[in-house]
Every structure is written in structure tokens, then in C-alpha cells.
Write a protein that binds this ligand. Structure first.
Ligand SMILES: Cc1cc2nc3c(=O)[nH]c(=O)nc-3n(C[C@H](O)[C@H](O)[C@H](O)COP(=O)(O)OP(=O)(O)OC[C@H]3O[C@@H](n4cnc5c(N)ncnc54)[C@H](O)[C@@H]3O)c2cc1C
Ligand code: SF4
Length: 481
């Protein structure tokens, strides 16, 4: 513990962000670097708890008090070694994680929690700046071949672990670029893609092979892969979107959130996306249906594209500003949050459901008809009752459906393999991460449902251990979950 009285002397500070006025005019990352001196004060708030609940809160089991202490003492090289011991990609979590560790931090019982995520990001930023991140090349090779299908954080973490364990790893990705949702879901203003690219360079140098435009189960047969590889990891995510089958759904101007985000991300990559295929919010009244993080990403994107107005709709009531009595520490705080995208301008509408999309007479959406709803919780079963007479309309030239995902896509790879699917619609697995098909493993959103990057990395690491054990009889790789 760096400073015994740190938590009494210093209050929690907010991560610095670039000015709203400036940042909405570009696609650069909104977070600004945290100068070292005040950051060390923040790290000194850590109490080095006898039972560090932050460890439990973090799916990766990050050694948080250790690196808080090392940052306070200016021992950055030791800090990155400790951070990399549990996390392949701290820049992804340090930038993007909602930080369940902070929700579980003991200081959060009667004060604001430690700024764990910002300390993590500063450590990895310093490590890149100082050239401390080098390829780790394993000279002894096992001769075993592994196919990883899907290049999101789960597939990448597993691939790096398995390659470092001496196996020959090929990552297959159906898109034209590697990265999964890190590449085409998450907007540039949340994480600049050069952060992803430099990690991919490290993995390439370590010996991981990447094959893009390789849609397994569609243009590459999964049966062929089974013959060519000793083990397969399914890390294809949970990309089947939840639809809103109400009247007017097929009008022009009603799109899935991911289509909007992907096209803008492609433009940010420098791709030539034609005007006819691009989904542009410029000058439009935009309505985002879904109050979650995907919706917030559409919001930041729409504002940067120059939307005339943006409403974000949520069927749930507005959360309380501090923990409710049935949501005590160390549970994840279900509280009202304002993301960087919300700071940039939006009207958030709660307890509302969409009745229909209204036509302008030429097949384009012109308005949304909405109705207020009341949430009912009967024996833990949540339902929403429409409140008669509360119907209202909002102008809408572009509606973006951001209501979550119903699970992995079944046609193609999963159906051809015949893996067992759970009641929740995800790929089933045993305790070693193997599916019902011998030698075929799974990790990330494909087996968990749409979740978080930190879970994807943790599961990728654990599945890598399962695969290593299956191929070699035992494994020294860690399994955080
Ligand atoms: C818009 C959006 C924003 C998000 N923001 C955050 C955030 O800020 N913080 C956070 O923690 N989480 C966030 N998430 C969730 C997070 O991105 C996911 O939980 C995480 O990316 C899951 O990782 P994954 O590796 O399991 O799958 P994915 O990242 O979904 O990657 C799966 C990859 O597999 C590929 N694939 C699928 N099937 C095949 C096939 N048959 N052949 C070849 N390739 C295939 C897909 O093209 C995709 O590239 C966000 C999600 C969305 C949708
Ligand atoms: S729970 Fe909070 S205060 Fe305790 S060790 Fe973890 S980060 Fe430090």
C-alpha cells in the first residue's frame, strides 16, 4: 500500500475528456491522457484490502492493488508486468471496460471507488510509449494446429495464449479486417483503431496467422477445417440483432445500429463507402431505440455526422442516481450514467415503447408513434404495461434499432457442426470450454451472449487452457474463469 492515508486525503477525480465542442468535430478518442502526478494520487487511494473485492469484480482477476501500489511508487515497468500477467490487452479494457472492479471496490462502501480503470490505462499507455511491449516468441513448437474462428477479443486472447504455448494458430475472420466488435462495432471516438493494429502487429510477429474474408460455414467448409486442424475454437460473437416487428418496420430510414456503426467505422478506416449504402444522420432527426451502450455509440456517431436532433428511447424507467436498497455493494451499481456521448447532446426518453413507424407517403420514415409504459415486477418477472392515452409522436428521419442481440447466428457454421445450443440460444460447453463436438471449443459472446470485452478476454484465456490441455494432456496456461 503506497500511502496509508491516501484514501482519506484525496477524493476520486473524473477521467479527463477532450472538450465537447472540439471532440464532436472529429473522430479522435474522447479520453484525454491523465497527467502522472494527479494519477498517482488516485492510485494512492487504494487501501490494499486484506480481501480485495476488486479481484472478484474483475473477470480477469487483475492484480489491482499490486499495480495501484506500483504506480504510486513510479515503478511502471513492474506495473505492466503485473498487468500483463492477467490481461493480454489492457489497452482495450483500460479504454472500454465499464469497470466491474470499480463497482466491487471496498472503498465504494462509504466513498467513491478507486479509479482502477484509469490507472490500468496509464500503465499500458506508458508501456507502449517506452517501447516495453515486444513480441514474445516461443521457440519450442508443438506441431499442433489450431483454428480460431472469429477475431474479436475472445478469439485474439485465445490465439495469443495458444501461440505463446507453442501451437500453430490461424485466426479466421469473415470480415475484411481483424478485430470483431473492436473493429467495426466500437466507434473510433471510443477507441482509436491504431490501438488494435499495434497489438495485431505484435501477434503477427509472435507467429499468429490471420485470414480475413474467410466466412467459415459459408465460403470455407467447417468440415474441412476439422480435418486440417487438431482443435477449433468458436469465438464468433453473438451478432443476431433483436428486431422490432411493429408496423412500418420496413420503411426506408429504419436500420439496425450495427449497420450504422459498421459503415461509419469503415469510412474512418478510409474505405470508399458510397453515399447510397452509407447511413448518414446529417441534418436528420434521429431516434435511437435502446438506451444501452450500443445506442450511446450510435448517438456519438450521429452527432459527429451532424444530426439535427437525437432522441434515445428506453423502455425501462430512469435508474436512480445512487444505489437502490436492493442493489447493494459489491453488486454492479444499477445507476443513472452519463457517457461521453450523452454529454455531447441528446434527449433521453424513459419508460416508453414504440407502437409504429409512420410513413411520409413515399416509403420513408417520418415519425415514430410512442406510448408511455409502466414497469411491473411480479415475482422477479419484469413486464411493461402500456398506459392508455399517453401516445405521442416524435419526428424521425432515421431510426436506429439498438435493442441488443438475441445470440449467435445459427445458420452456417453452428448448424453444420451440430453443436448443442443452450436454452438461452448460446453455444453450450463443458467446464474445459469444449462444445458437444469433440475438439471444438467455444469462448466469448458466442457462448455467453452479448457481454463485455473483459469477459471475452477472460474466456479466451480460459478456453486456451482447455485447448492446450486437450492437445497436450496438461496445461500451465491460466484459466481466470
Ligand atoms: C456497438 C457495441 C459497442 C460495445 N461497446 C463495448 C464497450 O465499450 N465495452 C465493452 O466491454 N464491451 C462493449 N461491447 C461488447 C463487446 O464488444 C463484446 O462483448 C465483445 O466484442 C465480444 O467479443 P467476442 O470475441 O466474443 O466477439 P466479437 O467481438 O463479436 O467478434 C466475433 C467475430 O467473429 C466473426 N465471425 C462470426 N462468425 C464467423 C464465421 N462463421 N466465420 C468467420 N468469422 C466469424 C465476426 O465477424 C466477428 O468479427 C459492445 C458491443 C457492441 C455491439
Ligand atoms: S477493493 Fe478497492 S481499495 Fe481495496 S484493494 Fe481493490 S482497488 Fe484497492
Amino acid at each position: 500500500m503506497g500511502k496509508i492515508t491516501g484514501f482519506m486525503e484525496h477524493k476520486r477525480e473524473k477521467q479527463p475528456y477532450r472538450d465537447v465542442e472540439k471532440r464532436v468535430k472529429d473522430w479522435k478518442q474522447v479520453m484525454a491522457p491523465w497527467p502522472v502526478a494527479p494519477l498517482k494520487e488516485q492510485a494512492s487511494r487504494c487501501m490494499d484490502c486484506g480481501i480485495p473485492f476488486c479481484h472478484e469484480g474483475c473477470p480477469l482477476g487483475n492484480l489491482i492493488p499490486d499495480w495501484n501500489d506500483l504506480v504510486y511508487r513510479d515503478q511502471w515497468l513492474e506495473a505492466i508486468e503485473r498487468l500483463h500477467a492477467t490481461n493480454n490487452f489492457p489497452e482495450f479494457t483500460g479504454t472500454l471496460c465499464p469497470a466491474p472492479c470499480e463497482g466491487a471496490c471496498v472503498l465504494g462502501i462509504n466513498d467513491d471507488p478507486v479509479t482502477i480503470k484509469a490507472v490500468e490505462l496509464s500503465i499500458i499507455d506508458k508501456a507502449w510509449e517506452n517501447g516495453w511491449i515486444k513480441p514474445i516468441i516461443t521457440e519450442t513448437r508443438t506441431g499442433k494446429k489450431i483454428a480460431v474462428i472469429g477475431s474479436g477479443p475472445a478469439g485474439l486472447a485465445a490465439a495469443q495464449q495458444l501461440c505463446r504455448a507453442g501451437h500453430d494458430v490461424t485466426v479466421f475472420e469473415r470480415s475484411d479486417r481483424i478485430g470483431g466488435l473492436l473493429r467495426y462495432g466500437i466507434p473510433e471516438f471510443k477507441m482509436e483503431k491504431n490501438q488494435l493494429d499495434r497489438r495485431l502487429d505484435q501477434m503477427l510477429a509472435e507467429g499468429v496467422n490471420f485470414e480475413t474474408n474467410a466466412h467459415i460455414g459459408v465460403d470455407v467448409s467447417v468440415k474441412k477445417l476439422q480435418k486440417q486442424f487438431d482443435a477449433i475454437l468458436l469465438a464468433g460473437g453473438a451478432s443476431a440483432p433483436r428486431d422490432l416487428p411493429v408496423a412500418g418496420r420496413n420503411l426506408k430510414g429504419v436500420h439496425y445500429a450495427m449497420d450504422h456503426l459498421t459503415l461509419q467505422n469503415k469510412r474512418c478506416e478510409g474505405d470508399d463507402v458510397t453515399e447510397s449504402e452509407f447511413i448518414d444522420a446529417k441534418g436528420k432527426h434521429v431516434i435511437i431505440i435502446g438506451g444501452g451502450d450500443t445506442g450511446a455509440d450510435c448517438l456519438g456517431t450521429a452527432n459527429r455526422q451532424g444530426a439535427a436532433s437525437v432522441h434515445q428511447l428506453e423502455i425501462m424507467p430512469r435508474p436512480p442516481s445512487s444505489r437502490a436498497t436492493d442493489n447493494p455493494w459489491p453488486l454492479w451499481p444499477q445507476i443513472y450514467r452519463v457517457s461521453s456521448a450523452h454529454e455531447e447532446g441528446v434527449e433521453r426518453v424513459y419508460s416508453v415503447s414504440t407502437k409504429r413507424f409512420i410513413d411520409d407517403g413515399n416509403g420513408n420514415v417520418k415519425e415514430l408513434e410512442l406510448i408511455k409504459v409502466e414497469m411491473k415486477n411480479i415475482d422477479g418477472r419484469i413486464s411493461f404495461a402500456e398506459m392508455p392515452g399517453t401516445e405521442f409522436r416524435l419526428p424521425c428521419d432515421l431510426a436506429l434499432l439498438a435493442m441488443g442481440f438475441i445470440g449467435p447466428e445459427k445458420p452456417g457454421m453452428l448448424e453444420q457442426l451440430g453443436v448443442n445450443i443452450t436454452e438461452r440460444g448460446n453455444v453450450g460447453r463443458d467446464k474445459d470450454w469444449m462444445t458437444s463436438v469433440p475438439g471444438v471449443f467455444t469462448a466469448g459472446d458466442m457462448q455467453r451472449g452479448q457481454s463485455l470485452i473483459v469477459w471475452a478476454i477472460a474466456e479466451g484465456r480460459s478456453a486456451a487452457r482447455g485447448i492446450d490441455k486437450y492437445l497436450m494432456g496438461s496445461s500451465d496456461l491460466p484459466a481466470p474463469v
